[in-house]
Design a protein around this ligand. Structure first.
Ligand SMILES: Cc1ncc(COP(=O)(O)O)c(C=O)c1O
Length: 391
């Protein structure tokens, strides 16, 4: 038997079935899923509308590169137009968040003729060489240097450091809520100053919404919380409802600097991906996903805060919408394992954060049950530790 390369820790769970906010193991045990495949299944597992659209597309055309027209690509563009901010009227589909980041970086260099790329400490943009180069967290880079030259990583949420963005800068790439880095939202003042500085020097602002986008934070895009807009929008994860697809959107000015042959992707924008994105946008709009995420997110956060307020190993709860983190004073591994044993799936962020990325349809019962399961694990972790061991 071949071995599957071990880049991820084995969570010791076989997911045999998945539907909406739940997954089941091989024995039929049901789990509440606040992991959603690193946030992918925000529209729920196997959302019936998306499954149906994919099945229909399989029976029509399964593969065609963008050299050929297919009806579903045009339909996908009409659907996307309803959720992509005005002005970002040129879109390309890729297959993963990292690939979309790669394209964004290439676009920035080509469109500006400049070379320097700026990103932020603690950020995560993916694991391909370009995306890794602008990733701020060192731990992902070790062993892979030298990476792409011309990158400067500056402190996140530090207005002073924005001076580094200058006339040589092609692009600045930012997550407005750092996901992998620990669920850390940008400050309002910082986001505003960043937008202003990028405009001042004529660079491009790339907003990486791979994790935050498509309703997750209680807005379609996280930048709507900040009243700013990107020059280059990067999205992935939730946009295909579980089908692997990502996108880059730019305005006409930027698009006019790009030529045929500047980029390509065999599978990018394939008919199945188009069908998935089209159906996902329809779900997003017709099921009021954004306002449901905002309401459920606020309730989840309130309940977490009140249940965990007195825990001596909890530093705090933070995040936006249904992208929440519980920062602990200890490593989160024990709490994550315990939660899984209690049939709640959560994941890690940064070094001490338990991250919650539930799908939009979680109910009040799910929220109450999930908070209690997590809180009991946190209580157990707290009681099992000698006071001197907490950091
Ligand atoms: C903000 C952000 N950008 C990029 C990526 C990379 O996406 P992918 O794993 O689909 O390549 C991720 C993945 O977690 C992400 O959270």
């Amino acid at each position: 038997m071949l071995n599957y390369l071990r880049f991820y820790e084995d969570r010791g769970l076989l997911i045999a079935r998945a539907e909406a906010q739940y997954v089941w193991d091989a024995e039929g045990n049901k789990y509440l899923d606040f992991h959603t495949g690193h946030g992918v299944a925000f529209l729920g597992h196997r959302n019936p509308r998306i499954v149906e659209a994919l099945k229909r597309q399989l029976d029509e055309v399964m593969t065609a590169t963008p050299s050929f027209r297919v009806r579903v690509r045009d339909e996908m563009l009409s659907a996307l137009e309803k959720v992509i901010p005005g002005g970002l009227d040129h879109v390309a589909l890729l297959n993963s968040g990292s690939e979309a980041v790669e394209l964004a970086l290439k676009i920035a260099r080509k469109a500006t003729g400049r070379r320097k790329l700026v990103s932020f400490t603690n950020s995560f943009h993916g694991r391909t060489m370009g995306a890794l180069s602008v990733t701020g967290s060192q731990k992902y880079k070790r062993g892979f240097e030298p990476l792409v030259p011309g990158v400067e990583v500056i402190p996140f949420n530090d207005v002073e450091s924005l001076k580094v963005i200058d006339g040589e800068t092609a692009a600045v790439i930012v997550e407005l809520v750092q996901g992998e880095g620990g669920v850390i939202p940008a400050d309002l003042e910082f986001a505003k100053a960043l937008r202003e500085r990028v405009d001042e020097v004529g660079a491009l602002l790339v907003i990486d919404e791979v994790q935050t986008g498509f309703g997750r934070t209680g807005r379609v895009w996280a930048f709507q919380h900040y009243n700013i807009k990107p020059d280059v929008l990067v999205a992935g994860k939730a946009i295909g409802g579980g089908f692997p697809v990502s996108l880059v959107a730019v305005g006409g000015d930027v698009a006019s600097k790009l030529d045929v042959g500047d980029h390509g992707s065999t599978y990018g924008g394939n008919p199945l991906a188009c069908a998935a994105v089209k159906a996902s946008v329809e779900v997003l709009i017709e099921d009021n996903v954004v306002s449901k995420a905002e309401t459920a997110g606020a309730m989840l956060r309130d309940k977490l805060e009140s249940r965990l307020r007195d825990s001596r190993i909890v530093r705090g709860v933070r995040g936006l919408g249904l992208m929440l983190g519980v920062e602990l004073r200890v490593l989160p591994t024990g709490v994550i394992k315990c939660s899984q044993a209690r049939r709640l799936l959560v994941l890690k962020a940064g070094s001490t954060v338990v991250r919650l990325l539930p799908p939009y349809m979680i109910t009040v019962d799910d929220i109450e049950w999930g908070v209690e399961a997590l809180a009991r694990c946190i209580d157990e972790e707290a009681s099992g530790r000698a006071p001197g061991k907490t950091g």
